[in-house]
Design a protein around this ligand. Structure first.
Ligand code: GCO
Length: 438
């Protein structure tokens, strides 16, 4: 019994995140402000100072989205904007900012799907090596849910804990930049704890109709080649990337391969806290992952995708991997799924007109929507898709060197314009999934 909803319930939308689009105005200092202000941390030397100024320019962006038939927007709220100085009483100005944003979305018929944490923490909150941060972030979740419990129907408590734990703790590509396997192990468990505590805190403060989920970057891991060390690496990373987070969320223990690493951080009652009920799982997918072992820190490197996959900036195009991960996750957990991110880093073009005319992005979305439709036909209960990103934005430690947006934005001039691919999405969705009634 797939349990999947009919096509009429299938929804589509765009996705964005506060720390990739909002300026620093009106909020507290974040972990990513500190990181981007540290010389050498961001590939193009950009900082989080302005970004795409979504905090003030959102009317322009929402107008473009509405003109393209967008009716759902997944967006994150900035914890440093809501609790800028410390725990407890939230900033009324910060909450009012988002109330006005939700008003503007409602006025344009765009429903907000809220991600509570998309990687930006106030400096005072520390990092996830510290177990207590799980309770600090749950307190933040409770503040937001209590204020917007009558406005938001779909909550996602956290975005991609696996990316955070691997890039910021196991490696030093992102903040806090530990580059330590033991610290990554503690972060994995404390991030899982945080998800469970946030889900419980959110559900305790929202109305009974609201749905609470969380978001994970799901991708199978494969060896870059037949080298036995790379095969071992891929097996290890398949557990780290996927099942070290998803299994505990759905009431299972940590994968056997990781128990020696993770059990040191587990306290009595933790696994029950982590397995708080979820109404859906958000799956972010770009491409399957290929790994190889390297003789220097962090000893594991992402790369070695097959030449058969079409290259496309950050990630290759991998519709087969998309269909596979959706059916695998469905078969393993039997939970409703929304694809909460997928998108394409279509090659950089300097001339504005070349950035807005993006036929390759449309072609790639067609292949991914076809893969998603095949997964649904095989019984996967996938109920919608959010395209990443609503606008070109700040790609974390890679700065403005990638453009995955459906709306082109020039971060210098703040000029924005809907790309051709944006205006094709509605028709593509109708062709692949039937009339988009929802
Ligand atoms: C992620 C994040 C997004 C990225 C996007 C492109 O999946 O890493 O959720 O913030 O910008 O995926 O890499």
């Amino acid at each position: 019994m797939s349990g999947r909803s009919g096509d009429a319930d299938f929804i589509w939308g765009l996705a964005t995140a506060a720390q990739q689009t909002e300026s620093r105005n009106g909020r507290g200092r974040s972990n990513w402000d500190v990181w981007s202000d540290t010389p050498g941390k961001i590939l193009d030397g950009s900082t989080t100072e302005r970004l795409t100024e979504f905090d003030t320019r959102y009317p322009e962006d929402l107008d473009i989205m509405a003109s393209a038939g967008v009716r759902h927007l997944r967006l994150s709220l900035s914890w440093p904007r809501i609790q800028p100085e410390g725990p407890g009483k939230p900033s009324e100005a910060g909450l009012d900012h988002y109330a006005r944003l939700f008003d503007a979305m409602q006025a344009r018929g765009i429903e907000p799907w809220v991600t509570l944490w998309h990687w930006d923490s106030p400096v005072w909150a520390g990092d996830f090596v510290d177990r207590d941060k799980a309770w600090r972030i749950a307190d933040y979740a409770a503040c937001v849910a209590a204020r917007f419990n009558d406005r938001i129907s779909n909550w996602m408590v956290m975005n991609e804990p696996n990316t955070v734990a691997t890039r910021g703790y196991g490696a030093a590509f992102d903040p806090p930049g530990h580059g330590s396997i033991p610290k990554a192990a503690r972060a994995i468990h404390h991030l899982n704890l945080a998800i469970g505590l946030m889900a419980t805190a959110t559900r305790a403060n929202v109305n009974g109709r609201a749905r609470v989920g969380t978001v994970h970057n799901c991708a199978r891991a494969y060896p870059a080649n037949a080298n036995p060390f790379n095969r071992l690496t891929a097996r290890f990373m398949d557990d780290v990337w996927n099942w070290a987070f998803l299994d505990p969320l759905f009431g299972r223990d940590y994968p056997v391969t990781l128990r020696p690493l993770l059990y040191g951080a587990v306290k009595s009652g933790d696994m029950k806290i982590i397995a708080a009920p979820l109404d859906f799982l958000g799956v972010n997918f770009y491409a399957s992952l290929y790994f190889r072992m390297i003789p220097r820190k962090p000893f594991i490197e992402l790369g070695g995708w097959p030449d058969s996959m079409e290259k496309c900036g950050l990630f290759p195009v991998d519709p087969e991997g998309f269909e596979d991960i959706l059916t695998t996750v469905h078969d393993r957990y039997r939970t409703p799924i929304y694809v909460t991110e997928t998108g394409f880093d279509v090659e950089l073009a300097e001339a504005w007109q070349d950035r807005v005319r993006d036929p390759d992005r449309t072609r790639h979305y067609d292949s991914y929507f076809a893969a998603l439709a095949r997964a649904r036909a095989r019984g996967a209960d996938v109920r919608g898709v959010f395209c990443w990103g609503a606008t070109d934005n700040w790609e974390w430690s890679e700065g403005f060197t990638h453009r995955l947006g459906l709306i082109a934005v020039d971060a210098q001039t703040q000029k924005r314009e809907g790309k051709d691919s944006l205006f094709k999405l509605d028709g593509q969705i109708a062709r692949h999934f039937g009339p988009n009634g929802a």
